[in-house]
Each structure stands twice: as C-alpha cells, then as structure tokens.
Design a protein around this ligand. Sequence first.
Ligand SMILES: CC(=O)N[C@H]1[C@@H](OP(=O)(O)OP(=O)(O)OC[C@H]2O[C@@H](n3ccc(=O)[nH]c3=O)[C@H](O)[C@@H]2O)O[C@H](CO)[C@@H](O)[C@@H]1O
Ligand SMILES: C=C(OP(=O)(O)O)C(=O)O
Length: 423
Amino acid sequence: MDKLLIHGGRRLNGDVTISGAKNAALPELCAALLTAEPVTLTNVPRLQDVNTTLKLLRNMGARAERSESQPDQVLIDAGSVTSPEAPYDLVKTMRASILVLGPLLARFGEATVSLPGGCAIGSRPVDQHIKGLQAMGAEITVEHGYIIAKARKLKGVRITTDMVTVTGTENLLMAATLADGETVLENAAQEPEIPDLAEMLIAMGAKIEGHGTSKIRVQGVERLHGLAGPVGHRIVPDRIEAGTFLCAVAATGGDVVLKNACASHLEAVIEKLREAGVAIEAGENHIRVTSDARLKAVSFRTSEYPAFPTDMQAQFMALNCVAEGASRVTETIFENRFMHVNELVRLGARIEVDGHTAMVQGVEQLSGATVMATDLRASASLVIAGLVADGETIVDRIYHLDRGYDQMEAKLRGIGADIERVK
Ligand SMILES: CC(=O)N[C@H]1[C@@H](OP(=O)(O)OP(=O)(O)OC[C@H]2O[C@@H](n3ccc(=O)[nH]c3=O)[C@H](O)[C@@H]2O)O[C@H](CO)[C@@H](O)[C@@H]1O
Ligand SMILES: C=C(OP(=O)(O)O)C(=O)O
C-alpha cells in the first residue's frame, strides 16, 4: 500500500497549477448520461474518483474515456447505455456514485443504484435525493441494499429539501432538466460546483435559472443534446485543492502562486488566512500566497457555501496546530469529521474535542511520526502537518488522498517540499 514519506521544514516557493474540481467533475460526468449524444469535458482532474466514475459509466454500456493526447479531456458517449444500474462494488468506493440516480431516472425512466454506505466522516444518508425524486413522481423502493426507481415521466414540482445538500441539489437539478414542466428547488446548495453543473446543462439545452442562489428554477425540456468540440465544458478549478495549497504554504512559510485558481470561490478561507497573518493577493485567474512570520491561531466554524467549507476544516486545523495561541474549530456539517485529530496529536499537536468543537492550543513545533489517513481531507491535513514537523513523517493509507487530489506529492515537490511516495 502506498505511503507518503515527508521530511518537514522546507519552505515552499514557486508556482503550482490547480486542477479541475473533483466535486464538479463527478456530477458533470454523470450529467453526460442525460443525452444520447457525445459529451466532452476538459480540465478533468486525474483522480481515483474520476476513474471510478468512468468505470461506472462503462459498466452501464457507455463509452467513457480519457483522451490519450490531451489527458485533461474526457469523452463520454452514453448513446449506448444498456443497463441503467450502479452496482455496490463500484458505489462502495465512492459515495458520489449516487449522482447517476437522477440522470438515469430522467432519461431511461428507471434506475437501480446501490445505496452508498456511511463513511468515516458521518452516516451521510440520501433520503433527500429519494424524497425529491418521489415528489417528482418516481416510485422508489429500497431492496437488498439497492434503490430501485421507476418513473414513466418525471414531473416538475416545488421541492424544499430539509437541509442544504450539495449532491442532493445536483441530482434533483439533473433530473428536473428532462421533467415535464417547471421544477423549483428551494433551499438549494450554492457551492460553485452547482452553477458550474448548471452552465454545462444549459450548454446541453437545459432551461435553468437561479443557479448559484438558494432557489433554482428548471423548465423541463424534451431532450438534451451533446457537447462536442475540443473544449466541450471546462470544469471549474478545484477550490478545495487551492485552499489546501494555501494552507500548506501558510504553514511552512514561502511564496507561491496558484495558477488556474479562483479566489472568489474561497473568500471565507482567504479571510481566515488573512486574519492569521498570511498575505494573499487574489488575481483574475491566480492566487499568490506569502507567509513569513509565525501565524496567529484563528477560530472558525464550518457551514454551507459561501461560509467556511467543511472540506477545508482539517487542513486549516493543521495550520492552527502550529500557530500562536488557542483556537476553536466547530464542525456543523458532518457528525464525525474530527478523525484527523488523534493523528495530529501523534505529531505533537494539542487538541481537545468536545462534541462538534475542537479546541486547539498552538505549539511551536510538531515532531514527525507515522500517521494514518482516515479520509480525504484528513489525509491532506496530515500532509500539511508533516511538511512543518521536525524530522520524518510517514502518512499511511494515502488511497484516500488519491481519491481527490491530482498528483499532490508531485505538485508539492515542484514547489520545494521534500515528499515522496513509497510502497
Ligand atoms: C461529491 C461532493 O460534492 N461531495 C461534497 C458534498 O457531499 P454531499 O453532497 O454528500 O454532502 P451534503 O451536502 O449532501 O451533506 C450535508 C449534510 O446533509 C446531510 N444529508 C444530506 C443528504 C441527504 O439526503 N440527507 C442528509 O441528511 C448529510 O449527512 C450532511 O450532514 O458536499 C459536502 C458538504 O459540503 C462536501 O463535504 C463533499 O465534499
Ligand atoms: C467528503 C468529500 O468528498 P465525497 O463527498 O466525495 O466523499 C470531500 O471532497 O472532502
């Protein structure tokens, strides 16, 4: 099993290119199921989750391949889908597989999708996806661990989800594009990946308004067309990858330009970094981060976009571990997203958890050790901690990291980190 071997203490300098967003790529690959014509996506990150989605689409009979000549481009042709099914073997490795449910049901009138299990960060039910599709007229049963959904034709309705759900909004949005009449999604998620998905659907012929706000209106159309051409739809930059690099440079010190990064999608994180003493210059298509002195600890609370993202909680906590003073980190989205705490403590951090809150007392220095990654962003926080720790850190179980970061260790090496992948 691959591990990362890190020798801490190097400053980071230079520039690094941010990849396309995992959380936009996954729904957008699934959106290609809404049409029988080919769809091209560009700026597709090289991630295990993308490979899993491509496998899932091929398993249904679609053509889904990465271009050999242009590796950030993927072509999907769902004209040949024969089996609208997502089996447990593929779904269990990636919760976002649930995103095939809406598109399959809307286009084929049926779908059989394995229920995703819980995961390290929480139980993560999909009841809102199911309730929304039922409101649109689908008959849904759950049998033998599978969601079995049928609908001759989905119908447009007003849906108010009980909470803000990102993939729930995406599933219902995709389903609504081919429904009969108007669907209004109230309490919709506003994460930048949703307007990006909506723009792709609009380019395919969908009629959508209000994306990026909490109320999305969709007028169903008879059919969607493909998105051919060399660009097709270009995936928005990954704000969480960018935020992770900002935290890494903030922690180690240095001067780095993130290219292909969108500062306006990271306002809450950038504000907190500035509060900590990090200099950030936000350009049109880049972000420059400069950090010299020891940072000040900063308290924060995760919440739905545009507030501080839960997907940045672990990485920012790593920063607080070596900052001056005490901070309070409150997680409001997932019930169990402090799995990194015990591993950070093994590196010498001082953290106490009480329910949804972690109290972090900054220390002057962390000391390298072997630690275990438990989920995607927990892994990233351990990498950041390893980059500042004294001596050698080994981060084990990095398959979590490979799920959502595009060549993280190569990118970090490119800006001066001493990090390598070992068996
Ligand atoms: C592929 C993708 O985009 N993943 C992101 C997405 O996950 P995901 O879409 O799974 O997260 P949600 O926004 O749905 O979850 C928000 C909260 O709602 C709860 N909930 C959600 C749906 C539902 O039917 N019932 C229910 O109770 C969840 O358990 C959680 O407590 O948004 C999360 C919150 O920003 C991010 O951490 C993930 O990186
Ligand atoms: C929790 C995450 O992803 P997923 O929803 O794919 O598990 C994440 O990206 O941090």
